[in-house]
Design a binder for this molecule. Sequence first.
Ligand code: ADP
Ligand code: MG
Length: 429
Amino acid sequence: MAEALIKLDHIFKTYDLPGNNNSTVLSDINLEIQEGEFVAILGPSGSGKSTLLRIIAGLVEPSQGKVYYKNESGEGFRTGMSMVFQSFALFPWLTVLENVKLGLKNNHSLDEKQKEEKAIEIIDMIGLDGFERAYPKELSGGMKQRVGLGRALVMEPDLLLMDEPFSALDVLTAENLKRDLLELWMEKRIPTKSIIMVTHGIEEAVYMANRAVVLSRDPARVVANIPINLPHWRDKQDRMFTALVDKIYSILTTKEVGAATYKEDKTKKLAQLPNARSGALTGFIELLEDIGQKTDLYKLGDQLNLDLEDLLPIVEAASMLQLVMIKEGDIELTPIGKAFAEATVLERKEIFREQALQRVGSLNTVFSALNSKSNGKMPEEFFLNILTRHFGEEEAQNQLNTIIDWGRYAELFAYDEHVGQLFLEKEED
Ligand code: ADP
Ligand code: MG
């Protein structure tokens, strides 16, 4: 048996929340990853995937348990690993070359010239030849993520960590980059021994990885460890492929994991909103009304030609607002959902407003705060601050964007992006 490159031994993580609240995000995670493995970690949004990845990297300390990297456990950042972020995390004032070279900042065995040569070599390899002197703002999203990947690969990591690396890219761009990365990995053009990729893309996991690890949420536990033994290149139409996608999908939507169902958690004052836009939500409810009967979620995704991972946040939002009911992979409209589908535009907003105020803590918090101000206005920074304490920096902005979108749709409040302010809509009387 190959040596375990990384071993997670009874990992727990608890975040202290404001007001003496604790929230246990990870509970007793045990995981071993061998050299040569490409492991995908899947789980509902907010389950703790990013937290787990940060713990592996040594960027966050676990509350309990140990991480063994090459059989050693130590605190702090581990060398020999590098990370790719969803948000690219590039420095806008640095060129492509400088951003990639940054990966070698702590490498003291190379001089400046050698670093530059190495960076240029990686830039070639990831298909950015000719863009060495460009700044991030001149690049498309796909190219930016190539820079992010380049900065990680230039370190020649034994373990490459990727946190939803493709989810900010459009479908074609993402496909392209996935193929290129797989090619580098399969042809061993990079010395990387193992890859761990956090993703909410089931197809993406089955396309790329050799194993899928599924996490539950509240708290996250490992609920499944599924080997993916299909030879590359994998055909997404192949029956073995779709069978695996189907299998992982059904695990994710079980009650225990709850990727599609909104699960109320009374211990959390602010529940994380699924990042679905109100427009997508109304379209989805209309569609269910058209279908007119209980329907299989998985088939629905197929029929809409939508990846399940695109569908899930919408489904979860609809479930949170009690517009749909999900049972054993089937979805149907609730009476409230039916009323919503049949209502006029104005009545819909009213139903949405009522459901949202009752069910969505963060929307309620924003609305109450604005109401408590005599001028009905507050800076977005105020809310971002609170959200950051609950959800971490990266997710806080997503949460605020969704809250603003829902608040606008419900006509609860408006948002002026020039001054970064939320304000109550004036009542017309
Ligand atoms: P995922 O990546 O699966 O969406 P995260 O690991 O980002 O999940 O977050 C898991 C949970 O931990 C969420 O409920 C989130 O609110 C909470 N969380 C994440 N980072 C912090 C933090 N820095 N402080 C407090 N809570 C956090
Ligand atoms: Mg995450």
